[in-house]
Design a protein around this ligand. Sequence first.
Ligand code: ZN
Length: 109
Amino acid sequence: MVEDDRAREDEWFRANEQQLLEQARVARAKREAERAGAEKAEELKRLRDLHFMKCPKCGHELKEEALEGVKLDRCTFCEGTFFDAGELDQLFLKREEERKGFFRRLVRL
Ligand SMILES: [Zn+2]
């Protein structure tokens, strides 16, 4: 019985976290659209061409990896690991045990 309550409680938090993350995603997309509207399209393209999938630390190529449904970008040189907006949020939705497994695989010992 206690476990049923616990499971229901977990589900309630999970559903509400999903809703909060969705609200955050929508707000983030709106802010980005506002910033994009303020910048000229050609400048946005120039910056994207210059930096897209380049490591912000060392400038080498980033390679996308999928780790348990979460995508991340790892530098092919310094092995720095980066998340796009919203990708880290997905980690917070994972249960504690899943998170531990995720981080163990993330560090690639
Ligand atoms: Zn790097």
